[in-house]
Each structure stands twice: as C-alpha cells, then as structure tokens.
Design a protein around this ligand. Structure first.
Ligand code: ATP
Length: 306
C-alpha cells in the first residue's frame, strides 16, 4: 500500500513542553483516517505541521512519499484542507464564492464549480447568500473549496465541531463517498470517536501529545475487551483465588470483582472455581462498552494500547 502520510518521530515543542511528542503517523492511499483526541491533545498542532504552517521541532514528514521539508510547494498543491472556521464572502452566494476561489487557484475547468456544488449537496442553495447558510452548509462549502483543486489528500480539522446531529450526518455522508468517487485519501480530526466511527477505517488516538493508538477501527474494538463484573459474598477471597489462577482481577471500592474477559468458557471456569471454593455468587454481569467509552477510558488512562 502506498503511504500518503508518514511521520517519523514528529515533535513540536513550545518552550520546553512537547505538545506533539515523537508521533509516527501512517496513512495509506484511500484511507479515511480519524485523528482523535480530547481538546488540547495536539491534533491541530500536528495538522498545522502537516500543512507546512508551523515547523516541527524534530522528526520528519513524508507526504506522497516525499519529504515535506524539501518539496513543500509541490506537496501542498496536492492537499486540500479545512482548518478552523473558513472565511467567506458573506455577501456573495455559494456559487460566487466557489467561482472566485476557482479563479484565484487558476482551475481551468469552468464546470468544476457546478460539479463541486453537486458533490457537497449545495446545488439547490447555490444562489443563496453565504451569510444565510447554516453552519453545516458553511462547513460543506469549506470542504468544497478544499476540493476545488482536485487534491489527492484532504485534511480536515474538526469539520463537525459545533454542528447539530443532522449537520454531522451530512458531513459524514459527504466524506464517506470521496475516496470511492474521487480516489482521495482523508485525514479528519475530532474529539469525539462517535463522529468518525461510521466513516473512518483507521484511527489514530493522540493524548497529551502522544500517539497512544493507531490501527484499524476493528482493532480498537477487539483490543478493548468487554468487562465482566461479579458480586460474591466474599470479594477479597474471590480475588485471591482468581489471582492465584493467574487471572487479572480487580476489586472495586464497592466490593465488586472486575475482569477484563468475556470469553464464555473463561466465565464458566470462574463461576465454577468460586462455587467450588464455597463462595456464593450473587450476580455475574457483562459490561458492554461503546466505542466512545473505550475512547474515554484510554485517553483518561493515557496509556499506550497500540
Ligand atoms: P483542540 O481540539 O482544543 O484544538 P488540539 O488537540 O487540536 O485541541 P492543539 O491545539 O494542538 O490541541 O494544542 C495542543 C497543546 O499545545 C495545548 O496545550 C495548547 O495550549 C498548546 N499550544 C498550541 N499552540 C501553542 C502555541 N503557539 N504556543 C504555546 N502552546 C501552544
């Protein structure tokens, strides 16, 4: 697979603090890569480095297989981006805004603006003044502007920030179709896993400047196994028995045994083991965690799960 973005030990320091610390991103052709992390994790700083807007303190960035530091202009020609809220001419229509930028970018194909309007679902609103657009429409127009130069890579920094559920859904549908229809690779940042869950095939999770997870989204689900909670009459005895069997068991403050397992045979084994030791089992419960719970859990713990 061709690497579209590859960073090696990418670092940004402000004063002595590394706000982005030695991160190795790997984004392949056709990926929709969800770049996730809580507020202040270092997403925007990373994206700004990828777009050549700020200089890394250390490390290397390769985009389209070339070193960004040495081929900046050429590489940037192949990237469309949306970083923070884009500015528009509010007193011009959506069509006029796109047309003005088409001319600025010297995009020869005059049909391009109508094509873009269709892609971003704004054909029927093309003659409306942009100041009357909803935030969701403005964000889609921003993506349209990013698409004007027919980029191979689209980098979007929190495009769904501040949108209502239907606005988020529209952006999601738009982004999902781009790799198929135009062969574009997409990197999209968000502080909510649920927002990228239904479109990203790969995720990178950054927390306090460190990339703590990077893999297929299925791996995130698999690696974060559901938990089993057990209530018994003597929790500390149960913990000792299960620990002696080599199981990783924790005892919560409210006297519950928690195990990071949900394999049927393991659960049956545990139940059998406790009963044979004369313990009374009151309850065995599975805690199904949503992807969002998993995300919050690992960013709170801050440990590396990749
Ligand atoms: P958000 O979603 O809140 O924008 P983020 O993940 O994009 O979060 P960044 O904007 O990259 O986070 O910020 C990461 C850290 O770097 C923050 O603690 C921020 O205060 C700090 N930071 C960013 N820019 C600068 C700067 N120019 N000087 C000093 N510190 C900075």
């Amino acid at each position: 697979m061709t690497k579209i973005i590859e960073t090696i030990g990418l670092t940004k320091k402000y004063k002595k603090t590394s706000v982005v610390n030695q991160i190795d991103l790997s984004i392949e052709q056709g990926d929709i890569y969800g770049f996730l992390g809580p507020n202040g994790a270092g997403k925007t700083t990373t994206i700004r480095m990828l777009l050549g807007l700020i200089k890394p303190s250390a490390g290397q960035i390769n985009i389209f297989g070339k070193d960004l530091a040495k081929n900046k202009i050429n590489i940037l020609k192949g990237i469309g981006s949306l970083v923070e809220y884009p500015s528009y001419y509010g007193n011009l229509t959506g069509f006029e805004n796109l047309e003005a930028i088409r001319r600025l970018l010297r995009v020869q194909d005059k049909n391009r603006v109508m094509e873009i309007l269709k892609t971003i679902g704004l054909t029927s609103a093309k003659d409306k003044l942009v100041k009357n657009y909803s935030l969701g429409m403005k964000q889609r127009l921003g993506i349209g502007v990013a698409l004007l130069g027919s980029p191979k890579l689209l980098i979007l920094d929190e495009p769904t920030n501040g949108l209502d559920p239907s606005g988020i859904q529209e952006i999601r549908e738009l982004i999902k179709k781009l790799p198929h229809e135009f062969g574009i690779t997409i990197m999209i940042s968000s502080h909510l896993l649920s927002e990228v869950d239904q479109m990203a095939n790969k995720v990178g999770i950054i927390n306090q400047g460190q990339l703590i997870f990077q893999d297929r989204i299925q791996e995130l689900r698999r690696k974060s196994a559901p938990k089993i909670h057990i209530r018994v009459n003597d929790p500390s005895m149960a913990k000792t028995i299960l620990n002696n069997d080599g199981l990783d068991v924790t005892l919560t403050s409210d006297g519950e045994i928690t195990i990071n397992e949900n394999d049927d045979s393991k659960v049956a084994y545990i139940a059998n083991r406790l009963i044979r030791q004369q313990l009374a089992i009151y309850r065995i419960q599975e805690e199904k965690r949503s992807l969002e719970d998993i995300f919050l859990d690992i960013t709170r713990r801050g440990e590396n799960i990749s």
